[in-house]
Write a protein that binds this ligand. Structure first.
Ligand SMILES: [Zn+2]
Length: 391
């Protein structure tokens, strides 16, 4: 089956202008201003995009695919993410993460749900470990998990500067980062240590010490939630400038202490010294967004939504930033950090993970690995139990 997408305004993320695309076997086979039709005898789908913008599928590097939460008793465990929660939001690649709870949840469940999402049509990977230190793993070793378990790209979200963390020491953090780095070399994977940052005053102090006192490259460290408070954000932004470390902004609703994801991204991109390719954004989808009192009791809980990513993109465009300038934060920057060479860009030979945007920046059509998951704003593919629920 050949699919011709005609008359698309392609952002690869850089603008390619009006183009036709040919998709077959899950890949992009050709891009040209005008492509000839299918040879006789070939089954082909023709779709005229009417000049609408075509962007790479978004890559969400932090999704609680098994459901996160559980920080206010067993009834507060968030249910697993569904295929359409992601596909309707224009997300075609996810990296699953466990979170606070590796006691009632575990890595086997995380790897299984990640593989399940692959079977349902997405591209999916995961982080081994959780908030905890030493990290809980599947094979009893971080190195082996990364080297031998296909979806595992590194360790995450190991928590620092947070009352829910295991309070890792510098030596413990260095050991885990080293295991990520070396396992990355052995496996050809990213080997990244994805760090949950809490609101604690220590901020990124441990990471700064790790960079100053060891030979581990800065690219191994990937702190997330850095926009949760302004002091942490300024510290992270400076470290990205000083060390070319990639920092991750979370698209959660910000309170007065922090920045919204769009505000944080806009601030980074407005700084001429900031390395624009070292910035990523993730949704924290299906994670719990808790507010604790001074005694560590949960007083309020919201749930992270994958849609927050596309809403952040729309908010950035509403600020007047150009699509080609902000799009890498959601696509190619994430692919480069995670070494997903077939992802994050629109180019010949790469996976056909494509999103058609409406004039109001909504994902109206979503294709993942060459298969339509969403058409005209409505899902055309469902997760196993979503399908069952419709009958
Ligand atoms: Zn987190």
């Amino acid at each position: 089956m050949l699919t011709f997408l005609r008359n698309a305004d392609v952002f690869a993320p850089h603008p390619l202008g009006k183009s036709d695309l040919l998709v077959a076997g899950g890949r992009i086979l050709a891009i040209a201003p005008t492509l000839p039709g299918a040879p006789p005898g070939f089954v082909a789908e023709e779709r005229d995009l009417g000049g609408r913008r075509l962007i790479p599928g978004l890559i969400d590097g932090h999704v609680h695919v098994t459901g996160g939460g559980g920080e206010s008793g067993p009834a507060s465990r968030v249910p697993p993410i569904t295929l359409t929660q992601l596909s309707r939001a224009g997300i075609t690649s996810v990296v699953g993460v466990l979170g606070t709870d590796s006691t009632t949840r575990n890595i086997t469940e995380l790897v299984a749900r990640t593989l399940g999402l692959r079977e349902e049509g997405l591209s999916a990977w995961c982080w081994t470990g959780s908030y905890e230190c030493p990290p809980k793993t599947l094979t009893s070793s971080v190195r082996s998990d990364i080297a031998f378990i296909d979806p595992v790209l590194g360790v995450g979200e190991l928590a620092i500067s947070d009352h829910r963390s295991s309070q890792p020491t510098l030596d413990e953090l260095l050991r885990i980062a080293a295991d990520c780095h070396v396992a990355g070399l052995l496996s050809g994977k990213a080997g990244v240590l994805h760090l949950h940052l809490g609101d604690g005053k220590r901020g990124l102090e441990l990471v700064r010490q790790a960079l100053e006192r060891s030979e581990i490259p800065a690219r191994v460290f990937h702190p997330t939630h850095v926009n949760r408070n302004k002091r942490l954000f300024e510290e992270a932004k400076q470290m990205a400038k000083d060390h070319r470390m990639t920092i991750d902004v979370t698209a959660f609703p910000a309170d007065d202490d922090g920045y919204t994801a769009d505000a944080a991204i806009a601030r980074c991109l407005a700084d001429p010294d900031f390395p624009a390719e070292r910035l990523t954004v993730s949704s924290d989808g299906a994670g719990c967004l808790p507010v604790f009192d001074g005694d560590g009791r949960l007083v309020e809980m919201d749930i992270g939504r994958p849609r927050a990513l596309i809403e952040t993109l729309a908010a950035l465009l509403a600020r007047g930033l150009e699509l080609e300038r902000v799009l890498p934060v959601f696509t190619s920057n994430v692919a480069d950090l995670l070494r997903l060479s077939n992802k994050g860009r629109i180019a010949v030979g790469l996976d056909a993970d494509l999103v058609v945007l409406s004039a109001s920046h909504e994902p109206v059509d979503v294709m993942a690995r060459g298969r339509w998951l969403v058409r005209d704003g409505a899902p055309t593919a469902f997760g196993t139990f979503e399908k069952a629920a419709r009958h």
